[in-house]
Design a protein around this ligand. Structure first.
Ligand code: SAH
Length: 254
């Protein structure tokens, strides 16, 4: 994965670290996906890839007595998770690890569950599926949300935005087929509701943007980053029937 320039990282931190989540999702959707898993051992081992500030990590900790490894590449995300872990007395059971998802150093067949909300696109969903399958115990589960087209022939302005922002975006049917091609059985899937994009993600982000834009008014790079967020939000307002996040729940065959 390409190295992100230091300045871009700094703006990203100021833009994303204060948000309750770093991508679309909600406690209700985490719980719904969790309810679609099959039976788990009494104290399963869960890997949460691209955990951000840990919204879904904390939900999973509340739903289970699992040991959870929360993985992210940025210190600000992992520090926020660690704070929550201490505040909720979860130190014995929730651990953080700073690793890039495309170079994870776990042994094969380690985890009962691999979880990832709004993050696997970063390493490419196909690469991610293959890596997750390797790290899952036979019979283990993968729950991951992924951006998908919901309809054919998207409007040109939407297509051109996502062609640039995430050229790998597939339809729900293509993503389901990819999951099967990567040796995982699809147990079920559902669409994240529109409010999952706004309540803890776009709405708090839109409140932050004016301040950031003012602070970095002299930096075309930072202003372009803010502009891209605004464009993404307005496209979602207009076209959420065309695309969105689909939560996929799968199993590595035993
Ligand atoms: N799951 C969280 C965050 C999703 S945003 C939520 O739904 O709120 C994607 C996350 O992936 C961010 O926290 C980002 O810091 C992290 N990330 C970006 N590149 C990464 C990489 N190469 N390896 C691991 N995590 C990465």
């Amino acid at each position: 994965m390409d190295e992100i320039p230091q300045f871009v990282q700094q703006v990203m931190e100021e833009l994303y670290a204060p948000l309750p989540r770093q991508g679309p999702g909600s406690p209700a959707s985490t719980r719904k996906a969790f309810s679609m898993l099959g039976p788990l051992p009494e104290q399963p081992l869960i890997l949460d890839i691209g955990c951000g500030v840990g919204a879904q990590t904390m939900e999973l900790a509340g739903l289970t007595t699992a040991h959870i490894i929360a993985l992210d590449v940025f210190d600000w995300a992992l520090d926020a998770v660690s704070e929550k872990v201490v505040a909720r007395s979860l130190t014995g059971r929730v651990h953080t690890t700073k690793q890039s998802m495309d170079a994870m150093d776990f042994r094969e067949e380690t985890f009962d569950v691999v979880w990832s909300e709004g993050a696997l696109y970063i390493m490419g969903f196909e690469n991610a599926l293959r890596a997750c399958r390797r790290f899952l115990k036979p019979g283990g589960f993968l729950a991951a949300s992924e951006l998908c087209w919901f309809r054919d022939e998207p409007p040109a302005e939407l297509l051109s935005f996502w062609r640039h922002a995430y050229p790998d975006i597939r339809s729900v049917a293509e993503t389901s087929q990819l999951i099967a091609d990567c040796g995982l059985e699809l147990l079920g899937h559902f669409t994240l509701p529109v409010r999952d994009w706004w309540d803890d993600y776009y709405t708090p982000m839109s409140r932050l943007l004016p301040r950031l834009r003012e602070k970095y008014a002299d930096s075309p790079v930072a202003v372009a980053m803010c502009d891209e967020c605004v464009t993404e939000m307005s496209l979602h307002q207009k076209y959420s029937r065309w695309y969105g996040y689909e939560f996929f729940v799968c199993q590595r065959p035993a």
